[in-house]
Design a protein around this ligand. Structure first.
Ligand SMILES: [Zn+2]
Length: 531
């Protein structure tokens, strides 16, 4: 007998539908799986064999062939366990009479194009269903293709339900999946277990929001003093400008960086869908989390591997630069990363996407993040405090050269974070993130109107657009011209200063870029001139 079940998979950022076909025929007992499978999928065979047995069903002593089509895309992951098991049970006639009738009814529905379930799930040896990666993007794609029903692992329920218009059945075991599939448990669930499930969902959601709240507890109100650096962070957030924080150890560089997401504008729905897809594919959604509405903040250690940073692997997986998409990538102790890794960041920072090319595949991931770097001014960290710093000029120079100039050229802001004075530590009433983010949001709204779209910010402007949108008044132009000539600036720096001045004017709610705006932009950009 033959049976086919619909499933799905993803490769890079692309999702696609997969038909899982099971055929059982006479012949020497064996179980073959074909269809361009990665090694992970080949393990499906063993898990399904044991899982079926331990759930009280039987594996027919016949010749079993499982085919995953389309055959021209390489399929990875463990999400085919459940569809393979269901297809096998159906093909071997182990679903009872009621099930067969339900099956007939469903096939009727299928003929009308409304009834087919898309099935995803990894199976344990005892038949329990375990969570899988990529549920959200696969279901989004399925919905586009007209599939409106799915069976997913219970742990993936929230992300599945985040797909608007998808009817979700979440299961925790093979037996449960069989009941759903055969219609003994109809698509709404019986009222009893629906209530129990709803209660569970409520609990899960509480857990989810607690997690989110915990992250939210970081607030700029905790940062004493450092008005310059806080102002730099505000400007960075208001125009998506990359920034570098320079200061001695313990001055609060990381404290400031990790609070930048709390003042960035709210994510649009489009941004949220992109971030949720990435988290789902990487298996980074927290328990109980549906759509991700918080901007990501990623802080890799400097020992991170190149692959973990930019992505890759046998089956392509997004790296840190992609997980930070539409959020903040924070690199503390920038020089420690070394030139090689910092050079790897050039493409993602410049193009806002990263291309991964391996022998077996090529794929492109988005990587549009705000880069925040932090470094000490010298190896000991205390320059320019000559009482404490014993570094020679050469040592200092060598240290700064470890940060590749190519990367520094892609930053807009360099802010000094000084030692905190005693008086500032005692000071109460620091501005909270909520207050700062209101100003940022206003500046962002001005950009939305100016550029006529949701996700374009001042830092994203091309040189042509910079000329078009970042015109200054005559006084401001004169200041810029004088600076350009006096310091023999690179033309690229000029464009960066113009865009930065545009953001500063937006924060001041000024249509015109004035002298004070360009002066502040120059001061913020200055630290990067001789990189
Ligand atoms: Zn030093």
């Amino acid at each position: 007998m033959y049976k086919s079940i619909l499933s799905g998979a993803f490769h890079g950022m692309e999702s696609f539908l997969v038909q899982v076909e099971a055929d059982i025929s006479d012949g020497l007992p064996c179980m073959d799986m074909i269809g361009y499978l990665s090694s992970e999928v080949k393990e499906t065979r063993e898990r399904v064999r044991v899982g079926i047995k331990n759930s009280g069903y039987q594996l027919p002593v016949k010749r079993i062939t499982i085919n995953l089509s389309p055959a021209d895309v390489r399929k990875g992951g463990s999400a085919f366990d459940l569809p393979v098991a269901l297809a096998l049970l159906a093909a071997s006639g182990q679903m009872d009479e009621a099930a067969k009738m339900a099956d007939a009814a469903r096939e009727n529905e299928e003929a009308r194009g409304t009834g087919e379930y898309l099935v995803l799930g990894e199976m344990g040896l005892d038949g329990t269903i375990k969570p899988v990666k990529g549920v959200f993007p696969i279901l989004m794609h399925a919905l586009d293709m007209g599939i409106g029903k799915c069976i997913v692992p219970i742990e993936n329920r929230e992300e599945a339900e985040a797909v608007d218009g998808m009817q979700v059945r979440a299961v925790s075991s093979l037996a449960e999946a069989v009941s759903v599939w055969t219609g003994r448990q109809n698509a709404g669930g019986s009222s009893d277990d629906r209530n129990a499930e709803e209660e569970k969902t409520e609990n899960d959601k509480t857990v989810g929001s607690l997690v989110i709240n915990r992250e939210n507890k970081k607030d700029f109100a905790d940062v004493c003093g450092q008005e310059m650096a806080k102002r730099a962070a505000e400007i960075a957030a208001a125009g998506f400008h990359n920034l570098l924080l320079v200061g001695p150890p313990g001055s609060g560089k990381s404290m400031i960086a990790e609070r930048i997401p709390t003042i960035m504008p709210l994510m649009s729905r489009e941004e949220s869908i992109a971030v949720t897809k990435i988290c789902s594919m990487a298996g980074k959604l927290q328990k109980g989390e549906g759509m991700v509405w918080q901007r990501p903040f990623l802080q890799p250690h400097h020992t991170i591997t190149a692959q973990a940073l930019v992505g890759g692997g046998n089956t392509p997986m997004p790296g840190i630069v992609t997980l930070a998409h539409r959020g903040v990538l924070f690199l503390d102790e920038l020089p420690e990363f070394g030139r090689e890794k910092l050079d790897l960041l050039r493409q993602p920072v410049e193009d806002k996407k990263v291309q991964i090319i391996r022998a077996r595949y090529a794929c492109t991931y988005p990587s549009d993040f705000l880069l925040a770097g932090a470094m000490n001014p010298c190896p000991c960290g205390y320059y320019p405090d000559l009482h404490k710093c014993n570094c020679t000029d050469q040592e200092r120079e060598r240290y700064q050269k470890r940060v590749s100039g190519a990367l520094l050229n892609r930053l807009d802001i360099c802010a000094e974070v000084g030692r905190i004075e005693w008086g500032q530590l005692q000071k109460q009433g620091n501005e909270s993130s909520a207050v700062i983010s209101k100003r940022v949001q206003k500046a962002i709204n001005r950009q939305k109107i100016r550029y006529g779209m949701d996700n374009k910010f001042n830092a994203d402007l091309s040189n042509e657009e910079t000329i078009l949108y970042c015109g200054m008044n005559a006084g401001a132009e004169r200041i810029l011209e004088r600076t350009y000539t006096k310091y023999q600036l690179n033309p690229r720096s000029l464009f960066r200063i113009r865009r930065l001045a545009r953001t500063i004017a937006d924060l001041a709610e000024s249509d015109e870029i004035k002298e004070v705006h360009v002066s502040e932009a120059i001061a913020l950009n200055k630290g990067l001139w001789h990189a």
